[in-house]
Design a binder for this molecule. Sequence first.
Ligand code: A2P
Length: 280
Amino acid sequence: MNIKDNWLKLADGNQMPQEGFGLYKVDGQETMTNTIRDAYKAGYRLFDTAQLYGNEAAVGTAFKNLQIPRDQLFLTTKVAEDNQGYDQTIKSVQESLKKLQTDYVDLLLVHWPIERSFFETWRALEELKRAGLAKSIGVSNYQMIHLQYLATKADEMPVVDQIELHPLLTQKPLLKFNHDHRIITQAWSPLGRGAVLGEPVLKEIGTAHGKSPAQVILRWHLQNGVSFIPKSVHTARIQQNADIYDFALSPDEMHQIDALNNYQRTGREPELTYEYDHQY
Ligand code: A2P
């Protein structure tokens, strides 16, 4: 197996690469184009952006300049809190598509749950899927309580929940809930924004396999069955992060990594974001 052939089946029948590429904090046209070129060459096909990142236009221009065929790409974007609500969501996604220079995204996510327009925003996503502007729809930063609440009114449920997930925040109960409800969990900040890379246990395990701590973490995500979207703007790291398909972690090594969990978030607490209606 390699990064290019490794796809997961979604509950709506579509497929999604298990390993993708995160574009958060990839800024500037030249960096964007070089980064996407390196990632595509390394085999990444899923590219993850968001209205909030302010780089959708640069992403669209990069794909155009690189002449990558649209059907070779799996594109994700996310609706920002300020654009939530039925009409604003529809309008903002139409604008996102213009910036991305495409007719559809493969995956459209609600970026954060917020109380103000919780059901209306989801209704807009269902409509955008029906209209073909999004092939699949999902959410991000939803906890069990948000998914259960959404289920009380939704016509169809999210097929992906993208959450902060790494060895310092393992979120096992949510992973089980998502799995039981046929929702694919996708890890953002799969490397904990670099914070976890210095952990001695990861170095030890990496040395045993001739791999770096980052590769050990990504392999842990892979074996957990979740999707994950590492980000780097460095060619060697982009390639390294795709080179995790020729070794396996033992059950004991998986447990050692699980044991690093200390509930440490780098991002906001989803329930508070829901209550405050924005990332506080
Ligand atoms: P850079 O872009 O300078 O390479 P996450 O995906 O968890 O948000 O983590 C991304 C952070 O980890 C970025 O700061 C990125 O920096 C860094 N990073 C990505 N891949 C590696 C790697 N293989 N080794 C070390 N640091 C990495």
